[in-house]
Write a protein that binds this ligand. Structure first.
Ligand SMILES: NC(=O)c1ccc[n+]([C@@H]2O[C@H](COP(=O)([O-])OP(=O)(O)OC[C@H]3O[C@@H](n4cnc5c(N)ncnc54)[C@H](OP(=O)(O)O)[C@@H]3O)[C@@H](O)[C@H]2O)c1
Length: 255
């Protein structure tokens, strides 16, 4: 199947490592040009170099940006549009991972999970309208619909807010050819990631989580990337205003 991503211009908020990086590489393999940001300048520089080496046919642009900084976020979107010559796809992947019920974590979650997405959409809107294949994907979490037994925190609440916002974008900008969807991963393992750390810290807990997933293991970065790339691509056109649970059946509900 041709996903229709050849020469499409993709912007990823949080793309130097983890799920965002796997997605960036999968987009590159489909012939798409990539602009991404992350806080760590070293991580951005090495990711930019490695991804540029993956295909000489595409442009890869990386910038060190903290998405808690509104002006920097808007500036990144403008630089990305200039570097790529437009924007067809916007992926908001980064999270503040606010797991503590305190002011600092609530504020960081609000800025990174919600406001960075709002600012990026606002700044990218005219380019997405001009695209003809405009597509916005937010990376959510199953914590937006399921209580995993943790103490209350901003994480799931911020991810849930994005679901309502994505639906409003889909309803308001569909006429401009722009789609908006949310993909919520369950537990995803990749080297150096959060679940890799948990596996090392507590193999018993990790094994228990694996046992609770019908497929008997956690998802991988590559598996999530394929779902993100398909949803964002012109081939995924009839996915719109959707919340996609990409959790391998980890959360045992009907919808
Ligand atoms: N991994 C899982 O099991 C899982 C499960 C459910 C949902 N998710 C969701 O999937 C998304 C990606 O998760 P992940 O596990 O791949 O995360 P990750 O490994 O921590 O990677 C996050 C990426 O975003 C960048 N980033 C983080 N905070 C940023 C900020 N304030 N400004 C700019 N860039 C920032 C990071 O680089 P720097 O640190 O250098 O900034 C990195 O490139 C998140 O939205 C998360 O909630 C993940």
């Amino acid at each position: 199947m041709d996903l229709g991503l050849q020469d499409k211009k993709v912007v990823i908020l949080g793309g130097s490592r983890g799920i965002g990086r796997y997605a960036a590489e999968a987009f590159i393999d489909e012939g798409a040009h990539i602009a991404f940001c992350a806080r760590g300048a070293e991580g951005v520089a090495s990711a930019e170099k490695e991804m540029s080496g993956r295909s000489h046919a595409v442009r890869v642009f990386g910038q060190a940006v903290d998405l808690e900084d509104g002006d920097a976020t808007r500036g990144f979107i403008r630089s990305a549009e200039e570097a790529l010559g437009g924007i067809d796809v916007l992926i908001h992947n980064a999270s503040g991972f606010g797991m503590a019920n305190n002011e600092q974590d609530w504020r960081r979650s609000f800025e990174v999970d919600i406001m960075a997405g709002v600012r990026a959409v606002d700044e990218a809107l005219s380019a997405l309208q001009a695209s003809g294949a405009g597509s916005i994907v937010f990376i959510g979490s199953m914590a937006s619909k399921f209580h995993f037994g943790r103490p209350e925190s901003p994480y799931g609440a911020a991810k849930a807010a994005i679901r309502a916002y994505a639906n409003e974008l889909a309803q308001n900008y569909g006429r401009d050819g722009i789609r908006a969807n949310v993909i919520s991963p369950g537990a995803v393992w990749f080297p150096g990631g959060r679940w890799d750390e948990r596996k090392k810290a507590s193999p018993e807990f990790y094994a228990q989580v694996e046992k609770g997933i019908p497929l008997g293991r956690l998802g991988t970065g590559e598996e999530l990337a394929r779902i993100i790339v398909f949803t964002a691509s012109p081939a995924g056109l009839w996915l719109n205003a959707t919340h996609l649970a990409a959790d391998g059946g980890q959360v045992a509900t009907v919808d």
